[in-house]
Design a protein around this ligand. Structure first.
Ligand code: ATP
Length: 554
């Protein structure tokens, strides 16, 4: 039977000859005493430590070996004590506690319920110029300038990350009330950051990230709302004015539109504008990239599938792109890259909007408005059997041709400024000015990658420009710009349905040389970017689909 005292706090002192010279409280418990007296030599050698003892009650013993004795402080803990678990399972727990109280970043000032200092780490004593132990028992306000630990003891409310000014020095601290059985028994003060600048830097970083998130959120919501309109298509040249006026005319009509033009001329932007100006604009435009359709899944992607159509299919079945585009627009990008076997499958749905889901036998109907885009030469493809003539008729109710940048050099200044403004917004940086000679220089370039390439060159120049003004020197990498790749792929701005693009046979011989240069450039860029196709396409100002076509089969 263990008496009340034997489970209480206790002290045990053992002299150099291993005799117990003092035992009180928990130290009178024979079980505890027996365990503490074991391996005394080892404990002396350790100098001090912590032990978790599992007797009838749980106790934590802290011991210290002095010159002439070993002193044990016994403290009973609750059955579910986390402290006990830590000390019992980590045999270097004592070292951890020492680290926590001695390391300047963790070390804490401890005050009791009367705000008297109970513990002040040595680093703090040195900082305040106090001799060791001199602060103990004094009211915290007498020792630490501007301390608020007494307020925290009073209020019982923590103060996290507060600035603490002591003379010329400002630090960031945390003050936490310590409670036992719901009562505030003291408080601890702890240093969080030596320099408040660290916090300012962190907070600046967080604000920057926040505004970037905000920016992308706005971008995204803009995309979701399909809020693209003609304003997104920057340019006031004659060619652009004509293009915009054509778009305004055809957008509200229920005719399929084919947008042709070289890579990077803004075909996708035009598709957005057409949708935004159409009567279907309140519904989301649905996208299909014909060049990126996964082989085995083309049909289910486009037409959807019936419940249980195949293994791995979603239980409830799934809508395909045509169904999703009901009462909206369906944008088929890179339609010229559509594999022949798929082309034939599109004929019916493009004729009357009727289709069947994969695995189903019910005929569905979708009221979609078709917008297609391609940088391919349809006349050539139709001529050599790569593209079906009947499909071409169905997609090209009206053909819109995007002017290349070379045909609208007057737009270079406004495009450059637009890109610089967007760049500055994105990076939260001031907008750079442009030396007027830059525009003349830019007009002289070949721009095979069109607006996309101009965009990339302007952004690169903004990165390389250290000052507030962009000069020709900042475009030095433009020596990399490849020679002109192709001629315009298609015909007049708004063409009659059957009007295919003009032939380019007169360019054939030059074309061979161009193809050769193109091959070399792609090969070099592939090796420079270690096969990263995205980067290669970006650098060369060509679309990824085009790049895939030009790469040798793997
Ligand atoms: N008139 C313009 N005003 C502002 N930005 C433009 C304009 N035309 C093109 N751009 C920009 O150039 C880049 C390429 O445009 P987009 O993707 O619409 O071209 P694309 O003709 O569809 O290219 P691809 O044939 O390679 O798919 C985009 O970043 C786009 O925002």
């Amino acid at each position: 039977m263990i008496s009340k005292e034997t489970t209480a706090f206790g002290i045990l002192i053992v002299d150099r000859a291993d005799n117990v010279v003092y035992a009180t409280g928990g130290a009178e418990n024979p079980d505890i005493r027996h365990q503490l007296l074991e391996d005394l030599q080892e404990k002396r050698a350790q100098g001090g430590g912590m032990i978790a003892l599992e007797t009838q009650t749980r106790v934590i013993v802290t011991f210290r070996s002095l010159d002439d004795a070993v002193v044990f402080f016994i403290q009973p803990v609750e059955a579910k004590s986390t402290l006990f678990d830590l000390v019992a399972s980590v045999d270097f727990a004592h070292a951890i506690f020492t680290y926590l109280v001695e390391n300047p970043y963790f070390s804490m000032v401890v005050v009791d319920a009367q705000a008297r200092i109970r513990f002040l780490p040595v680093v703090h004593e040195k900082f305040f110029g106090l001799r060791h132990g001199k602060a103990i028992g004094r009211h915290v306000t007498e020792v630490i300038e501007n301390s608020r630990l007494h307020e925290v003891v009073q209020s019982g409310k923590a103060e996290i990350g507060k600035l603490h000014k002591m003379g010329d020095i400002t630090r960031v601290v945390t003050r936490i009330p310590i409670k036992e059985n719901g009562k505030t028994v003291g408080a601890i003060g702890q240093l969080m950051f030596k320099e408040p600048e660290t916090v300012h830097n962190l907070s600046r970083e967080v604000n920057k990230l926040r505004s970037e998130v905000e920016f992308y959120r706005n971008e995204l919501s803009g995309m979701k709302k399909d809020s693209y309109d003609l304003e997104q298509m920057v340019g006031d040249s004659e060619a652009m004015r004509q293009l915009k006026s054509d778009i305004v005319k055809v957008a509200p009509l229920h005719v399929p539109i084919l947008i042709v033009g070289e890579s990077g001329t803004g075909k996708e932007l035009a598709a957005h504008a057409i949708h935004a100006l159409s009567l279907r604009s309140k519904n989301r435009m649905i996208f299909v990239n014909a060049a990126a359709l996964p082989g085995g899944l083309v049909e289910s992607e486009l037409f959807g599938y019936q419940a249980g159509a195949f293994t791995g299919a979603e239980k409830a079945g799934r809508k395909g792109k045509f169904e999703l585009a009901d009462k909206s627009s369906l944008f088929f990008d890179e339609i010229g890259d559509m594999p022949a076997e798929i082309q034939v499958k599109l004929l019916r749905v493009l004729q009357d909007g009727m289709f069947e889901r994969v695995g189903g036998n019910q005929v569905c109907h979708s009221d979609f408005r078709l917008i297609c885009a391609s940088n391919r030469n349809f006349q050539e493809m139709i001529g050599n059997g790569q593209f079906r003539l009947d499909l071409y008729y169905r997609i090209s109710g009206v053909t819109i041709r995007m002017p290349s940048l070379r045909e609208r050099l007057d737009d270079i200044p406004v495009l450059t400024q637009t890109f610089l403004l967007a760049f500055a917004n994105r990076h939260r940086a001031p907008v750079k000015r442009v030396d007027s000679r830059v525009y003349g220089y830019l007009r002289e370039q070949a721009w095979p990658g069109n607006v996309r390439q101009l965009l990339h060159e302007v952004e690169k120049a903004a990165i390389f420009c250290d000052g507030p003004e962009i000069t020709i020197d900042n475009f030095r990498l433009m020596t990399d710009i490849p020679v002109e790749r192709t001629s315009s792929p298609a015909a007049a701005s708004v063409a009659a349905p059957a009007a295919a693009a003009p032939s380019f046979s007169s360019h054939r011989k030059i074309q061979d040389a161009i193809d050769e240069v193109e091959k070399t450039m792609i090969r070099d860029a592939m090796s420079r970017h270690r096969g990263n196709k995205k980067k290669v396409a970006e650098e060369l100002g060509i679309s990824r689909a085009y790049l895939y076509k030009k790469l040798p089969p793997e």
